[in-house]
Design a protein around this ligand. Sequence first.
Ligand code: ATP
Ligand code: MN
Ligand code: MN
Length: 307
Amino acid sequence: APPKESETMQSNGLPSSFRVTHPGRVIDKQSGITKLQLIQCYAALAPLILPHLKDRPVALVRAPDGIGGELFFQKHADRAALPGVVRLPQELDPGHPPLMKIDNLQGLLSVAQMNTIELHTWNGVDHAISTPDRMTFDLDPGEGVDWLRIQEGTRLVRVFLQELGLPAFLKTSGGKGMHIVVPLRPEYGWDAVKGFSRAIVQHLAATLPSHFVAKSGPRNRVGKIFIDYLRNGFGATTVCAWSVRARPGLAVSVPVGWDELDTLTGSAHWSLYVLGDRLATGNTPWADYERSRISLADAMRRLDFDP
Ligand code: ATP
Ligand code: MN
Ligand code: MN
């Protein structure tokens, strides 16, 4: 059973039934943050991150030796069950071990205890897996693109989405670029949504070739931003809002308002140790997310895209 609010807490703030192994192990040399501190951070982030994890297949970036060591990207459940980590029905991803989702605080803490630093989610939910409920644009700056240009490029993508009548929500990636998310009514299949996202990116790259490229690969994007639409395919994942990143400094992917974009110092603006007041702001920049869900039909027509 998930820990109840009333369950006694240990002096470390974690539920009394919860055991942390190697609590003092330093996972990030730059900050000195320990495994126990990371788990405590996830306990504090739980009310913010759990709504973003709800019902979505999740992939984990695990770092048993900290972020200087080898990282493991895990898309399927281990043989050993973890409390609070639900194995999804086999038919969601035939031919593989079961996908998993994180249902509650206990699941979040148990993957953190298994040395998970990052959580990545699918664009679809388990009960409607063939019709994604969001479209993701992952802005990946190439070499020589400074933060001012990234801010500018991010605004330009938003303007074009607005022209298509599409709502757009912004988050830092906690890395170099930004993530723009369009909330969808689950209606079209993966190929149609991914194909349309590619058409949007190709249009932007053709119209604003000094800003954007639609082709992946570091050499194509020197001085430009690759708008990665490949996050929209079946089985593809993007780092979850409020996930910590397994990079030196432990930045966090944070939902932001469009009016905040100019004030950000970079995509790694917030890290675990400067998150502070931001926890109170929480998901409010995305308060309109659910009621903004939209059908792509009109936007597809406007761009002359045949699903
Ligand atoms: P940045 O802003 O620095 O680009 P990011 O999170 O967008 O940060 P990307 O390199 O653009 O980083 O995205 C990597 C994507 O690939 C993530 O969405 C992740 O879910 C996925 N991914 C990462 N590692 C693996 C892996 N080993 N196998 C499959 N997919 C992976
Ligand atoms: Mn990216
Ligand atoms: Mn990318």
